[in-house]
Design a protein around this ligand. Structure first.
Ligand code: FAD
Ligand code: SF4
Length: 467
């Protein structure tokens, strides 16, 4: 397709086809379809090719977005895939789950009256289609260095690190307690945002590049010590999945679930995996009340609908504009039938022997106290529910053995690093993703894994060992 300087004047922003809300809730398939070559080229041609591309700067991994949009416009798919991978080891994942409205698309120049280029959907198209046509990363020029690095965690941080290590000729051995790769991409983010076949393909691609996975393996103090001793370096990409405990009276009652175990149990069930600790998630015909307003809460409400709940309500202690997650996900939840109660703070779970509801109190802005809120006296009420899901966010999940090996933490339990390369206080250990930042985003975890791998490769250069 020939470039047309002002295509955005004639061609409006279009997303790939979206399943209607009443169809979506009947299953778990991704709600957005994909572009075909013509659709991707047409939308990509809306790019102004700005001299100073704000989208690229806003993207945490600094994807060369205008350049791969141009390649798509010219039908040079494999080159676009190569370029997309030059900055991002998991572009098809980021294209699906990044909050583009806050990142690349939020800073697109066309937002000044013409709506942003559909960057995420084109990124997804490039990689899905290139893989479908048989393209694979070309490592034929890579020379083995004889170095070996252990990666703990097969989430986006660990996978990104492993990808860059093997590209540098370093053996990457990835250990994870789960049976599948992906971390929260597989056992957190539901399939209607990221179908699990995407991770199966990525696993096969990484294995084809030489990454070795050791799944179903808990890295405890003994194994952690062995990895530090036997490998040239260690990367910790272990995430941050300890739930914030609101300490609500009644939260131990049957019928009260914590968000992540609920989502993990659902993900395992869909993959035919069983785990003794998984909670019961039979929600058919039940009234479900989710407490919290972030992306995880949206994943819970939308999963509850698909599990057949009769009514799904989300209660959040502030207003809609204050919700911390993606606007797109709130809209999707509302379209699918979720009911929202804003300015409601939970006080206690009600019930004797079984949860029957949540005592809520109304909140309002506290006069003269910045963004603080206060409760409204006399506004308590009980919202009935058969199942209550707690989704108040996550904090760090440090393993006791890190301290034993001199890997220092900050006051919040996050791994302390140098802030750029992921180097920790242990000379052989690097870290990145949620275990360093606290609960954050897929793309920032990818960034950290990539940067740590580069730093490890520099340190393990000819003749060097880390430490
Ligand atoms: C429900 C939910 C929805 C989300 N949705 C989005 C979204 O739409 N977009 C977005 O950008 N971000 C989203 N996030 C955030 C995003 O998933 C995380 O920021 C990202 O996955 C962090 O990557 P990570 O590699 O640091 O950790 P994780 O993805 O948590 O992976 C860590 C891995 O380490 C393994 N591990 C830990 N300790 C050990 C050990 N001792 N032995 C063996 N294995 C171990 C774990 O099993 C896990 O597989 C969401 C988070 C949640 C919880
Ligand atoms: S990685 Fe995320 S922020 Fe960067 S271009 Fe892709 S969708 Fe946008």
């Amino acid at each position: 397709m020939k470039p047309r300087p002002f295509q955005f004047l004639d061609v409006p922003r279009r997303l790939p086809k979206e399943l209607p809300a009443n169809v979506r809730v009947l299953g778990w398939q991704e709600i957005y379809g994909g572009f075909d070559a013509a659709g991707a080229a047409e939308q990509g041609a809306r790019c102004l090719d700005c001299g100073n591309p704000y989208c690229e700067w806003k993207c945490p991994v600094h994807n060369p977005i205008p350049d791969w949009l141009a390649l798509v416009r010219e039908g040079r798919l494999f080159e676009a895939a190569e370029l997309a991978h030059s900055t991002n080891p998991l572009p098809e994942v980021c294209g699906r789950v990044c909050p583009q409205d806050r990142l690349c698309e939020g800073d697109c120049t066309l937002n000044t009256g013409f709506e942003a280029v559909t960057i995420g959907s084109i990124e997804k198209y490039i990689v899905d289609e290139a893989f479908r046509q048989g393209w694979r990363p070309d490592l034929s020029a890579v020379r083995a260095t004889g170095r070996r690095v252990a990666v703990v965690g097969a989430g986006p941080a660990g996978l990104a690190c492993a990808d860059r290590l093997v590209r540098a000729g370093i053996e990457a051995h990835v250990f994870d307690r789960h049976a599948q790769v992906g971390g929260l991409l597989t056992y957190g983010i539901p399939a209607f945002k990221l179908e699990k076949s995407v991770m199966d393909i990525r696993r096969a691609v990484l294995e084809g590049m030489g990454v070795r996975f050791h799944l179903g393996t808990e890295v405890d103090a003994a194994l952690g010590g062995e990895l530090l001793r036997d490998f040239d370096a260690l990367f910790l990409g272990t995430g941050a999945t300890t739930p914030v405990d609101a300490g609500l009276p009644g939260q131990a009652l049957p019928g009260v679930l914590s968000a992540l175990p609920f989502l993990v149990a659902n993900a395992r069930r869909q993959r035919g995996e069983r785990h003794a600790d998984d909670p019961a998630i039979e929600l058919a015909g039940r009234r479900v009340l989710v407490l919290g307003g972030g992306d995880t809460a949206m994943d819970c409400v939308r999963s509850a609908l698909r599990l057949g709940a009769a009514q799904v309500t989300c209660a959040y202690r502030r207003g809609e504009a204050d919700m911390p997650g993606s606007r797109r996900e709130v809209k999707n939840a509302r379209d699918e039938g979720v009911r929202f109660l804003f300015h409601r703070q939970p006080l206690a779970i009600e019930g004797a022997g079984q949860a029957t509801g949540v005592r809520l109190v109304e909140t309002r802005a506290a006069a003269g106290r910045g963004g603080a809120i206060e409760t409204v006296p006399g506004s308590e009420q009980v919202e009935g529910a058969d199942v209550v899901i707690l989704s108040f966010g996550f904090r760090a999940s440090p393993a006791p053995w890190w301290g034993e090996h001199g890997i220092a933490l900050d006051g919040a339990g996050r791994v302390r690093t140098d802030g750029t390369s992921g180097a920790t206080s242990h000379p052989k250990a690097f870290a990145g993703g949620d275990n360093v930042r606290g609960a954050d985003l897929v793309v920032t975890a990818v960034h950290d894994g990539r940067e740590a791998a580069h730093a490890i490769a520099r340190k393990l250069g000819p003749g060097n060992r880390v430490g």
